[in-house]
Design a protein around this ligand. Structure first.
Ligand SMILES: C[S@@+](CC[C@H](N)C(=O)[O-])C[C@H]1O[C@@H](n2cnc3c(N)ncnc32)[C@H](O)[C@@H]1O
Length: 254
């Protein structure tokens, strides 16, 4: 019998991902993102924040350091182990939860739920993404806010290249073959890592790319009220050229 293949988002988010994204996820970028998230939310220290799909804790740990009560949820045990170690090293306490984003085991708990750096729209179809938003609604306190930062479709469509190539500092050659599936709206990427020794490792990943119209509709359908949208965490205007899209929504108090 054929072994069942694990979903790409289980295979991909491990040490190789961290290696591939090292040039992008610099400490300076992360520090700026944390400062901008704090500015956007305007929450006092002591507020309860869920970092949904927290990865290796690059936002959760500094937010805890600023005095927030942070919970980080992720499906990758490799990343959660890293996050735990980073929190320990920083001397802060963060509650780490190993779970799928469709299963957030909290109710009326958080002042804010964050979902940063395109950590959404990986699931098998749009209904599954909608389930995530329903879970976000459940996890938020009345009046709590959801902040999501993802790729902006309008801009991506106009700059999409079918391939990419990058030489990393350690000699690794990274190749990307990209295909946009018009039927599913998924950006399907095949990644090949070629080591200086010639060794190869390959991955696939696929992310649904939403327009503002689509995501705003889904957020509202989950019972959240859209409050603002931006072209970045800096609160800039969303235009056709914005590479990133940020939505802020609130769980109504009534
Ligand atoms: C692009 S990374 C972003 C991580 C983090 N937010 C950051 O900014 O570095 C996406 C994260 O989503 C997590 N993830 C993927 N699928 C998931 C799922 N079904 N449930 C929970 N987490 C998931 C991955 O393990 C990974 O940590």
């Amino acid at each position: 019998m054929e072994p069942t293949r694990r979903p790409w988002y289980v295979e991909f988010f491990g040490e190789d991902y961290l290696r591939l994204y090292k040039p992008v996820l610099t400490p300076e970028r992360t520090a700026l993102e944390v400062a901008l998230v704090v500015e956007r939310l305007g929450l006092p220290p002591g507020s309860k924040i869920l970092d949904l799909c927290c990865g290796h804790g690059r936002h959760a740990v500094p937010l805890a350091n600023l005095g927030y009560h942070v919970t980080g949820l992720d499906l990758s045990r490799v990343f959660l182990d890293r996050a735990r170690a980073a929190a320990q090293q920083a001397g802060v306490s963060v509650r780490w939860v190993h779970s799928d984003m469709r299963d957030i085991p909290f109710e009326n708990e958080f002042d804010a739920v964050l979902n940063l750096f395109s950590a959404f729209a990986y699931l098998e179809n749009q209904d599954e993404d909608q389930k995530v938003l329903a879970q976000v609604h459940k996890a938020l306190k009345p009046d709590g806010r959801f902040l999501i930062e993802i790729i902006h479709r309008e801009s991506l469509m106009r700059r999409l290249l079918p391939f990419g190539i990058m030489r990393h500092d350690d000699g690794l050659l990274e190749l990307e073959e990209r295909r946009f599936n018009l039927l599913t709206s998924r950006m399907e990427v095949h990644v090949t890592m070629i080591e200086p020794s010639g060794g190869r490792t390959e991955y696939n990943h696929a992310m649904r790319i939403y327009t503002l119209t689509e995501l705003a509709g889904m957020v509202e359908a989950a019972g959240l009220r859209l409050e603002a949208y931006y072209g970045g965490l800096d609160g800039s205007e969303l235009t056709l050229d914005s590479r990133r899209m940020v939505l802020m929504a609130r769980k109504p108090a009534d």
